[in-house]
Write a protein of this length. Sequence first.
Lengths: 127, 371
Amino acid sequence: MSGLKYSKDHEWVRTEGDVATVGISDYAQEQLGDVVYVELPEVGRTVAQSEEAAVVESVKAASEVYAPVSGEVVEVNQALEDEPALVNGEPTGAGWFLKLRMSAPGELDGLMDEAAYADYVAGLGED
Amino acid sequence: MSEESAADLARTPLYDEHRALGATLVGFAGYAMPVRYEPGIMAEHTRTRSAAGLFDVSHMGQLRLDGAGAVAALERLVPGDIAGLAPAAMRYTQFTNDDGGILDDLIATRTEDGLVLVVNAACKDADIAHLGEKLEGDVVLTVLAERALIALQGPKAAAVLDRIAPGCARLPFMTTGFFAIEGADALVSRSGYTGEDGFEVSLPDEAAPALWRRLAADPDVEPAGLGARDSLRLEAGLCLYGHDIDETTSPVEAGLAWSIGKRRRREGGFPGAERIQSELAEGPQRRRVGIRPDGRAPAREGTTVLNTKGEEIGTITSGGFGPTAGGPVAMGYVAAEAAEVGRPVSLLVRGRPRPATIVKLPFVPHTYHRP
């Protein structure tokens, strides 16, 4: 029971009270390949659900990370600045991106649980 | 599979090998090509620099020009000195258009009876049409459609390939030799696209899988995909057609004047000679330069380059992360008066100017075999 919830854009959310920790899924990091740079938002910024909140760059390309829920950025993972590869090594742990104080916790109900996300990813097909 | 629909994609003779190795395949120039294998771009890149990387480049076009007039005919289409090529030697040059822009870049090898050309996959149909239209007299163009091309690149490449093709380790950079490999006639060249010492082996399709498997089984060899090929060539400061060079860029602007021989500079006689000779004499308006972002954020193709006053002076044409350089690396065109090495510039990444410096290319020194 990890209690992670997932967006269709492959972000995950873990909640503690009204604070949501956000990162990208194991599937997303695998698709990206080696992460070499992460750009995080300013603490204090307000983001709406599905708004671009961060950027993750692999050797090949840059990709946006969208806020899976709306809220105010209360903390970012500074460790990613020196060690972006944490996103590959521990995508749902030490490789988290940011924490949001949720302004509309009801949005969580629209996200997928682990089992639904696993089905969703399987449906995307590897090839 | 992304970018192009899988069903329409051509396959190289090594397609099954890539699948067996767990490659991520993408559409590239109409072919299903490995962009990376399981170790990933970073590992494939660093293993190529420290040991040897194995690349399938069979999608590239291999052409043969035969006939007594082949050398003169090719010289009418490229600024390179083809007549000056010793037998078995090879040279980098470009097909130019009448405006002095680049239609494609290529490697020409002098063989006993004519020339062998290796051209870019994405340009090969256009190149074949161009040659078909422009070649005159007794020159015969043959498309070597049933030959694979395998590159082995890196400091261990010579030792590894010499066990399979004894004597190839003695070839100097930019020369070729014929060797029997897997029972077939193979043309082995000391060349590549990584900045490392290494080889490209042209051999019949049916012999390619056996050579690939033999090389891949060597503990010093790492199969490497197009992703690593791109980061390796970027660190080596080598141009990618369609990005760093195209129909609008001249060889002089692109920093490729070294590939235009003295006689050709003097005599001209190639498409766009007027612009190219004038740029050689007066200097071009813009130049391709290396650009190193000061921070850690990569600056990708299309990024605007500004001077310290905030005025636009150019654009990045290739940019990404250099695993060996240990940070972001880029190249692009800037106004000639701003192209000085060491000059600070800024790069507009996601709307924010970020400091960078114009630097000398390559980012990682070449280690070509020049005995």
